[in-house]
Design a protein around this ligand. Sequence first.
Ligand code: PHE
Length: 376
Amino acid sequence: MKKSLVVLLALAVALGLVLGGCQKQAKEVKIGIIAPISGEAATFGESTANGAKLYFDQVNAAGGVEGMKIVYFVEDDKGNPTEGANAYSKLIDQNKVSAIVGTVMSKVSLAGAPIAQNKGVPMISPTSTNPAVTLVGNYIFRACFIDPFQGFVAAKFAYNDLGKKTAAVIYDSGNDYTKGLAEVFRDEFTKMGGKITAFESYTAGTSDFNAQLVKIKATNPDVLFIPNYYNDAGLIAKQAREMGIKAIFLGGDGWDSPDLFKIGGKAIEGGFFVNHFSKDSQVPAAKKFVADYKAKYNKDPDALAALAYEAAMIVVDAIKRAKSADPKAIRDAMEKTNLETLTGVVKFDQNRNPVKGAVILECKNGQAVYKASVNP
Ligand code: PHE
């Protein structure tokens, strides 16, 4: 073979490699998923990762988005703000993701949001309900309602539907979510004409709530509002019943876990909580989601799984409209979301919060059963 021909061939091969490489790069869009897969609320993490993965896998099976395959990376924030911040940095700096679905707990999203904002990568928390999360900046979105609405729904249910006029509250003073929700409930219930008989706090790591519960018992409330995650809520309910507190227990979305029933046992029966989604939803898209989720994971989805699925839908829809894997282009498209999801149409207000309704679930025979819907 002539030398010039060899050179030409070599050049052609090199060019092919380079082009092939570029093409391969452009044919992927990388997305991060952050959730508390271990730690104090591990069922939240498992459901969240499962929900997001289910949607991304479905999109890939149908050929991807805008010709790109979705490559996702899952990070465990362990329910801890420092771990959460590290997860955001790792996904953005090392994995070079274009967007992040995450994370769950408001206190952890609040630690991650400034990182996503400063690095210019859009994030959508499926389920962080504290208003401050999206106020961090214009790259921060959420797929759920916020606590001022959730607290109002809880207060209205207690006052109007249950017809109860007195309530006590017990909350974790170091957790943005439980503290914020406790305060909204107190203010709304009072505005409606109800009376808050006790407003007791504790700090994280407490497992003996005797001191707070003794004070609460002395005020004999009709309702005890426990706006905490399922592990604390289950324990509090149990200890409250053991000391003879007769109040109806009421909670927020943080109760959503099969472990609530394992920890709370009989004590949690007859309790109610506000949530984002019920597996008993009759909306066709939601029914299909429940069936698909069950087929893949062999269990019913909770609200965390549903909202993570929705957050993933919102990201993919934005990539479609942006026709790009560029984080800024995705952010700009995300702001203009107008998308039919499992729980209704998602559009963002000026603080990047959707307006959504809530459901009330009742704890019955070891399960969270649909009780009522509340429109925004
Ligand atoms: N709303 C909770 C928070 O902001 C997280 C959560 C949502 C937990 C839904 C359970 C179910 O911290």
